[in-house]
Structures are given as structure tokens and as C-alpha cells.
Write a protein that binds this ligand. Structure first.
Ligand SMILES: [Fe+2]
Length: 577
């Protein structure tokens, strides 16, 4: 049975294909059309899914969309009626969503197929149900608590559930306008980070701040009787899309979230080009602090209802790796399984898996052990692209490649590492990565000057051999998808100075040999040379979606000051780097 999952006309449009309960291929459209956070129809992603399994759209049995505009309709209508300025917008959005429902026509057009020949049944799965499904059905568990939170989806910002066997039972929903994601976005915009997806950047700024505004932000997000509420006077009226608009070209625009009251209370908002002052740091600190307080409070409530150790989690806010790293100390949950594509691209997998198990009652026979669900490219294709680009290269055997690349990293080179299938989700996990020495004090500046040009306050991440985690970090729970931040042990901070953040933490990726043998062996080779079982790992890109195809990696290598490119079995070096 072939199920196609879709996230469409929504940020991070994506497609996934599930065959007989197994996720075989999944990709966000941005990786293929090179438009960051693309929010149109994922035509290229669908084609890539079908090509991978060698199927035509007429072979697909079910199409599952991670959005249900009929879900929570009564709440939406109620909200529109008490917010008269939003009624017109509400009607417009509903009309647009109706047009989107003709999935058959959209797919037939995209794939140049006859709509009459498409036999699939169409399903719409509520946004947060799809998020929770993307975590639970990919986890190894038969019984777990489920949690999803983000800005908004189908008029809901937060969902708690009990997941058991093939079923997900929704226990609780938080409806708009109350949204932890919107709160985070609002403060990020106020301090000058106005692009969709900027929240992750500001998370890195938070530890530079001090407790100056925590009490204030407790008024912006208040709690009573275990529920949280946004004080709407600090927000613009955002409507049912929480200020997120899709432009004609499929890019995402954010409307201004903060109101005049924020300006009256905190002064003029920072513009992106302005210097970051103590105020921005303290606001970032208080924002993260308040976010965590509410998050832990919601998880404790969930645990009271579902008193077990295991938590399956997704939703854009589940990318808050700082909060994820602390939840073991702050809540009774002992294990997490967080969908690597916790943001909205993950809806494609979630919707497909929900249809597979909850609706069609197919047996569960799959665990997502790694995130290598994207395309891979043949040696012949890579070599042809190297030749076309005029890059000098040599071909190496596996061991020689590992030794040489480890040597280069140990010598302080910045290495583009392009191997195997592309990762699913926003993190590069050792297949489309830029690698460097984690223990050189100047490495962060070198990376920023040569390639990444990131804000000074953003840390780089360490990839560590899984079995060595406890030696370096103060927490044992694995982090295979780079979704947890832990304290680095005091005696190891010097050794990891390029990935040790200002608060002595690191957003680690634990690498096991079963999940990625080549990357694991590379880190082993690096340890043999340096005594450090860790490499610095940042995504292979320069202000663009992460590279997907060889020509994008080669182009990034050529136009940046990257020293070395290791692509498949080939290695290229810049002579005067
Ligand atoms: Fe979402």
C-alpha cells in the first residue's frame, strides 16, 4: 500500500512516501526549488518521492494532507465573530483553503497526469495530530505521551495526546490566539529578527542576557489554573493564520506581531542592522525563560494524565533544543523521541503515518532510526558535476578518504562533507555538513568569516561518538537528531572550545555506527589524531537551503573560502586557501 503525505500551501511544503508502513523517502520542497521555507505546492518533492519508489501517481492508494480546514471550525467562527476586523480575512483564508482541497487536480497538473486515472483516496489530518503522529509512529514505543506545539495550525497552538498501539487520543488543545510559538515570534520580531524561522537564532542569544524582564514577560504570557494566556494588548490582532502569509511566489511573510504596548513598555524595537544591546539580550533571556516555564508546566500536566516515562514530540517549538535538554530535570519524563523534522515539513510524514495506522489500521513495523530519507547521487553523477565545474579532484578509497579528511580537520581546515542520502529536517547530521575542529578557539570566527556569516552569538554544534557522550556532557539521553542542548563537563570545555556556548552548553548530535557508519568512522579517525571524539558540524550551505545535489555542494565550495570538499569518494582542495 502506497501513501503519499503532503504539507502544501504552508511554510516548509514537503512530501513523503510511505509504503507498507515504512517511510521510504521524504523531502522539503525548498531543497529542490532552492526557495527557503517554500510554502506553495511541493510538486518537485512529490516527483522525487515517486521516482524513488519507482511509482506513478496513478499507483498511489492514499494521499494524506497535514491540514484540515474543517478542524476546529466552530472555534474559528467564534473567533472571527468577536474580531470583526478579521472576518473578511477569515473568509478569504477559508476560500483559499477550499481551493487547495482539490488535491487530485493539483497532483494531476503537477505530474501531467489524467485526473481520471488517479485512484487514491484523499485524507486531511488535523495539523497537530499530524505533528504528534510524525513523532509517535516513527518512535519505537507502543505507549507514550504525545505533545505538539508551534505558532498555529488549524487554529490550534498546542496539543496533548495519549498514544497507544495504533491510536492517538487527543486529550487537550490550546486554541488561538493563545500560542507559545506566537509569543516567541513576537519577541524575536521586536528585537530585530523578523524572518520566518529566525526563532532558532535568538535562542542562541538568550544566555547572554540576565533576568531583567522575566517578571514583565510573565504578564505577557500569564498562567492560571494550569492554562496559559497571552495578554493580547502586547500583540497585533493576528487572525487565524497568526500573522503568517504566503506570497504569490510561495515565500513566507510575517506580519508584525508586536503592538504599540510593547513599544510603550520596552522602547523602540530594534531594526535588523542595529547593534544588539543589553536590552535585546535580556529580552531574549526572559523570552526563553518564560517559554520554558510554560512548556514544563504543560508537560507536568500531561504527565499527570499519562504517567509514563516516554514523550513523543513535534511541532516547530519542539526545535527548542535548550528546553528539550532541560525537560529531563524539570518534568517526570525520562525519554523523548522528537521528530527530526519537528517543524511543518514533518507534517507530510505525520499525515501519511496517521492514515496508515490510525485510519487504515495497518500494523506498525517501522522505527525512524536515522534521518537519511532524502536523495543520494551516484559516483558517476558526482564526478560529472566535478568535471563540469572545472574542479580538480582525486578519487580515494574509503579508509584513505577518512584518514585524509580527518588530517585536514585536525590541521584546522574547513571541510565540506557530502555523502549518501540527504538528511530529512532542518539539521545537517553528517551527510550534508561542513566539518571543522571543535577545539580551536578561532574556529567560530574562521567559519563565520569564510562561509557562514552568522550572527556572532550563535554557537556551532558538536557531533560526538554516542558512547562517549557521558564523558563530555552532563546528560546521558541520546540526541541523534541534534535536538537537545546539555552542559559540557568543566574538564572538557577547553577541548571543545569552538562548540562550547557562553553558558557552557552544546547542542550535540550523538553519532552511532548503526545510524551512520561513514560519519562515525570519520570521527573515530579524527579522535586517533587529536584525542577528541568530536567534530564541529554545521549545515552545508551559505545563506540558502542546505545543499541537496552535488552541483550545489560544488558551487558552495567554489564560491566560499571552504578549504576542502569531500564528496562521495572524491576529494577537492583549494590550493591557496
Ligand atoms: Fe506546525
Amino acid at each position: 500500500m502506497l501513501i503519499l503525505g503532503l504539507n502544501m500551501f504552508h511554510a516548509d511544503a514537503s512530501a513523503a512516501v510511505v509504503q507498507d508502513g515504512k517511510v521510504l523517502f521524504a523531502i522539503a520542497e525548498e531543497r529542490l526549488n532552492r526557495v527557503k521555507h517554500y510554502a506553495g505546492f511541493p510538486a518537485l518533492a512529490v516527483k522525487a518521492c515517486l521516482d524513488y519508489v519507482g511509482a506513478k501517481i496513478s499507483d498511489v492508494d492514499h494521499v494524506a494532507v497535514g491540514q484540515d480546514s474543517d478542524a476546529n471550525l466552530a472555534k474559528k467562527v467564534q473567533y472571527a465573530l468577536v474580531n470583526p476586523t478579521k472576518v473578511l480575512n477569515f473568509i478569504r483564508v477559508q476560500q483559499r483553503k477550499q481551493a487547495m482541497r482539490n488535491v487530485r487536480k493539483l497532483l494531476a497538473n503537477a505530474l501531467d497526469a489524467d485526473p481520471a486515472g488517479l485512484k487514491f483516496q484523499q485524507h486531511h489530518v488535523e495539523h497537530h495530530l499530524a505533528h504528534i503522529a510524525s513523532a509517535y509512529y516513527c518512535s519505537p514505543w507502543e505507549n507514550a505521551a504525545g505533545f505538539s506545539y508551534d505558532g498555529s495550525g488549524d487554529f490550534v497552538s498546542t496539543m496533548a495526546a495519549h498514544c497507544e498501539g495504533k491510536q492517538i487520543e487527543v486529550l487537550d488543545r490550546v486554541f488561538l490566539p493563545d500560542s507559545l510559538g506566537s509569543f516567541y515570534t513576537m519577541i524575536c520580531e521586536f528585537i530585530g529578527y523578523k524572518q520566518y524561522g529566525d526563532e532558532g537564532k535568538v535562542m542562541g542569544l538568550a544566555p547572554y542576557g540576565k533576568d531583567g524582564f522575566c517578571e514583565e514577560l510573565r504578564k505577557v504570557v500569564a498562567t492560571s489554573n494550569g492554562a496559559f494566556r497571552l495578554d493580547q494588548s502586547y500583540f497585533q490582532p493576528l487572525g487565524s493564520n497568526q500573522g503568517m502569509q504566503v506570497r504569490e511566489d510561495g515565500t513566507v511573510a510575517l506580519a508584525r506581531h508586536y503592538s504599540r504596548r510593547m513599544v510603550e513598555r520596552f522602547g523602540s524595537p530594534r531594526e535588523p542592522h542595529m547593534e544588539i544591546t543589553r536590552r535585546e539580550m535580556d529580552l531574549a533571556f526572559a523570552m526563553q525563560q518564560r517559554f520554558e516555564e510554560i512548556f514544563f508546566c504543560l508537560l507536568k500536566q500531561l504527565h499527570e494524565k499519562i504517567p509514563m516515562h516516554d514523550l513523543a514530540m513535534a511541532g516547530g517549538c519542539a526545535l527548542n533544543s535548550v528546553a528539550n535538554g532541560k525537560l529531563f530535570d524539570q518534568t517526570p519524563f525520562r525519554r523523548t523521541w522528537i521528530q527530526p523534522a519537528a517543524g511543518d515539513e514533518g507534517l507530510a510524514i505525520g499525515a501519511a503515518m496517521y492514515v496508515c495506522h490510525a485510519l487504515l489500521q495497518q500494523e506498525r513495523n517501522y522505527v525512524m532510526r536515522d534521518a537519511h530519507l532524502g536523495p543520494e547521487f551516484s559516483e558517476a553523477r558526482i564526478e560529472a558535476d566535478l568535471k563540469k565545474a572545472g574542479v580538480r579532484y582525486r578519487r580515494l578509497g574509503r579508509e584513505r578518504l577518512l584518514e585524509l579528511v580527518a588530517d585536514k580537520i585536525a590541521d584546522g581546515a574547513v571541510v565540506g562533507w557530502f555523502q549518501g542520502r540527504m538528511e530529512w529536517g532542518p539539521r545537517a547530521l553528517g551527510n550534508r555538513s561542513i566539518l571543522a575542529h571543535p577545539g580551536r578557539a578561532d574556529m567560530k570566527d574562521i567559519l563565520n568569516a569564510r562561509i557562514k556569516h552568522r550572527e556572532w552569538f550563535r554557537p556551532f554544534a558538536p557531533s560526538i561518538l554516542a558512547e562517549r557522550q557521558h564523558e563530555y556532557f552532563e546528560h546521558d539521553h541520546p540526541s541523534p537528531f541534534m535536538l537537545h542542548v546539555y552542559k559540557i563537563r568543566p574538564e572538557k570545555r577547553q577541548q571543545l572550545c569552538a562548540v562550547n556556548h557562553v553558558d557552557n552548553t552544546g547542542r550535540l548530535q550523538t553519532v552511532s555506527r548503526e545510524e551512520n557508519a561513514l560519519y562515525y568512522d570519520l570521527i573515530c579517525a579524527f579522535e586517533r589524531k587529536t584525542g577528541i571524539p568530536v567534530v564541529l558540524n554545521t549545515s552545508f550551505n551559505e545563506n540558502e537551503p542546505i545543499v541537496c545535489a552535488p552541483e550545489e555542494a560544488i558551487d558552495c565550495f567554489k564560491r566560499t573560502r571552504m578549504h576542502v570538499l569531500a564528496i562521495g569518494p572524491f576529494m577537492a582542495e583549494k590550493s591557496a586557501a
